[in-house]
Design a protein around this ligand. Structure first.
Ligand code: GCO
Ligand code: MG
Length: 402
C-alpha cells in the first residue's frame, strides 16, 4: 500500500481552516487538521514544500515510522508549525488505518473507556451580570461544565469576551488588533464574578476560568488563592509556561486546580510540569502536539502522575481535530474534560461529521476512522481570508501576553 497523493485544502467558512488530505493507491483517503490560528499559511507551505514530496510512495500503514521520519528527519525539531504539520499527517494516517480496518479510531487505540465525553462551553459577557446570564444559558443547554470570562472595568477588549452569543472568535482582523490589560484591575474583578456565579447557581456545575498567560507567578498564586472559595474545576494558563518551574511558586500557594498546554507542541513542553505534579490537567491537542501518536505519549506520562487530559477545543481547531479528539477522549483512561466551543453552521457543513452533543456530553459515532470528512466543493466557496490574533499592551504601552 502506498501514499499516492496528498494536498492541502484551505477554507474559510467564517474562519480559516487548513486540512491535509492523503490519498492511497487503494482508493482510501484520510484527512488531518493543520490549522494554526493566525499563521495558517506557514503550515500550508511546510506541508506542501517540505512534507508532501517526502510522503509520496510511503506506506500509510507505517504511522509510527512516518511520525519518527518527519520529527527526526526535520533536524529542526519541535515548534508549532512543524508539529502541526506532523499532527495533520498523523491524524490522516489514523483515519486511513481505521477505514482499512473498518474500525473507529477509539477502537484502534484500545476501545471505549467511557460512553459520553464531558465537555465545557464558553460563557462570556461584557460585565458580571451579562456573564452570569450567559452561564445560565449554558446550564439551560445542558452543560455540566462552563468556562466564564467577563469584561473588566477599565480594560479595553478583555480576553475571552466575544461579540456574538455562542462564538468568541479571537482572530478578528487582517492585522493584529490591540487590546489592553491591567493585572490589578483583573485581580480586583475576576473573583467577584465567581462569587456571583456560585451565589446564583450554587456548586452543582463545574466552573472554569482562563488566565490566558496574563499573570506573573506571584499574581497567579494570588488569583488562585482568591478563587479557592468558589471551587473552580480549573484555572487555565495562569502564567506563561515556557518556564515550567514557575508553576512551583503558584502550586505552593493555592489548591485551585491548574491547567496548561494548549500552546504546547511536544511532551518536552510539559514533562517537568507533569513529573513534578505542578498541574492537574494537560491541555495539549491532537492538532497541536504531534497528532494522536504523540498525544498518546503525553497522556500516558500524565497518567503516571494522576494528571488528567483537558484538551483545547476552541473554534480555531477544526471539526477534524474535534472528531479525532473525541475518539482519543473516548479511549484515554485519564480523561478529564474536553473543551467544545462549537463551530458555526457553515463550518459544520464543510466538515460533515458523526459526533454529537447531548446533555453536556459529546459522543463519537462508529464510522471507521475518525468520522469527519471535508466537502471540497463547499470548502472551495470560502477562500482564505487573512486574520490575526490580537496583541495586548499594558496601560503604559508595554507589550504584554495576549
Ligand atoms: C481557549 C483558548 C482560546 C485561544 C485561541 C487562540 O482556552 O479556548 O485560550 O481562547 O485564545 O484558541 O487561537
Ligand atoms: Mg485557553
Amino acid at each position: 500500500m502506498k501514499i499516492q497523493a496528498a494536498r492541502v485544502i484551505v477554507t474559510c467558512p467564517g474562519r480559516n481552516f487548513v486540512t491535509l488530505k492523503i490519498e492511497t493507491d487503494q482508493g482510501v483517503y484520510g484527512i488531518g487538521d493543520a490549522t494554526l490560528n493566525g499563521r495558517e499559511l506557514a503550515v500550508v507551505s511546510y506541508l506542501e514544500d517540505h512534507v508532501i514530496p517526502c510522503l509520496i510512495g510511503m506506506d500509510p500503514r507505517r504511522i509510527e515510522d512516518i511520525w519518527q521520519y518527519l520529527y527526526r528527519g526535520a533536524y529542526w525539531r519541535r515548534g508549532p508549525v512543524t508539529m502541526r504539520a506532523i499532527s495533520a499527517v498523523d491524524t490522516a494516517l489514523w483515519d486511513i488505518k481505521g477505514k482499512m480496518a473498518g474500525m473507529p479510531v477509539y477502537d484502534l487505540l484500545g476501545g471505549r473507556s467511557r460512553d459520553g465525553i464531558m465537555v465545557y462551553g464558553h460563557a462570556n459577557g461584557g460585565d458580571i451580570e451579562e456573564t452570569v446570564d450567559a452561564v445560565g444559558s449554558y446550564i439551560d443547554m445542558g452543560y455540566k461544565a462552563i468556562r466564564a470570562q467577563t469584561g473588566v472595568p477599565g480594560i479595553k477588549d478583555a480576553y475571552g469576551v466575544g461579540r456574538g452569543k455562542l462564538f468568541y472568535e479571537p482572530a478578528d482582523a487582517a492585522l493584529p488588533s490591540v487590546t489592553g490589560w491591567d493585572t490589578r484591575k483583573a485581580l480586583n474583578h475576576v473573583p467577584k464574578l465567581f462569587e456571583k456565579l456560585r451565589a446564583t447557581y450554587g456548586f452543582d456545575h463545574h466552573l472554569l476560568h482562563d488566565g490566558h498567560h496574563r499573570y506573573t507567578p506571584q499574581e497567579a498564586a494570588n488569583l488562585g488563592k482568591m478563587l479557592e472559595p468558589y471551587q473552580l474545576f480549573w484555572l487555565e494558563d495562569c502564567t506563561p509556561a515556557e518556564n515550567q518551574e514557575a508553576f512551583k511558586l503558584v502550586r505552593q500557594h493555592t489548591v485551585t486546580p491548574l491547567a496548561v498546554g494548549e500552546i504546547f507542541n511536544t511532551i518536552w513542553d510539559c514533562k517537568d510540569l507533569i513529573q513534578n505534579q505542578l498541574i492537574d490537567f494537560i491541555r495539549c491537542t491532537v492538532v497541536g502536539a504531534g497528532g494522536i501518536t504523540h498525544l498518546r505519549r503525553i497522556a500516558d506520562l500524565a497518567a503516571l502522575y494522576q494528571v488528567r487530559t483537558g484538551s483545547h477545543g476552541a473554534t480555531d481547531l477544526s471539526p477534524v481535530t474535534m472528531g479525532a479528539a473525541l475518539h482519543f477522549d473516548t479511549w484515554v483512561p485519564n480523561f478529564g474534560i474536553q473543551e467544545y466551543m462549537r463551530h458555526t453552521p457553515e463550518t459544520d457543513e464543510v466538515f460533515p461529521h458523526d459526533y454529537r452533543f447531548e446533555a453536556g456530553e459529546m459522543f463519537v459515532g462508529d464510522t471507521p476512522g475518525h468520522g469527519v470528512d471535508i466537502d471540497e466543493t463547499l470548502a472551495a466557496k470560502y477562500p482564505y481570508k487573512p486574520a490575526y490574533l490580537p496583541v495586548a499592551r499594558l496601560e503604559d504601552g508595554t507589550m504584554w501576553n495576549w
